[in-house]
Design a protein around this ligand. Structure first.
Ligand SMILES: [Zn+2]
Length: 65
């Protein structure tokens, strides 16, 4: 598992957990599985999302870039 660290968003904001206000996260890239695209057999159209998981409470923060 990746070591937890702080992250600064593209707009310059230092990320803090929405739930517990912790400021350290582990970074993951998860597939955005959109049901419509999967039904149409267009899985290639699904993008990766950047997911920052709170190191304290585990809340997942999703970003589309
Ligand atoms: Zn948290």
């Amino acid at each position: 598992m990746a070591a937890a660290s702080t992250f600064t968003l593209a707009n310059g904001t230092a990320l803090a957990c929405l739930v517990c206000r912790n400021d350290t996260f582990t970074r993951h890239a998860y597939k955005l599985q959109t049901t419509g695209m999967t039904l149409l057999n267009l899985d290639w159209a699904n993008d990766d999302a950047t997911c920052l998981v709170c190191a304290s409470c585990g809340f997942i923060h999703w970003f589309d870039r």
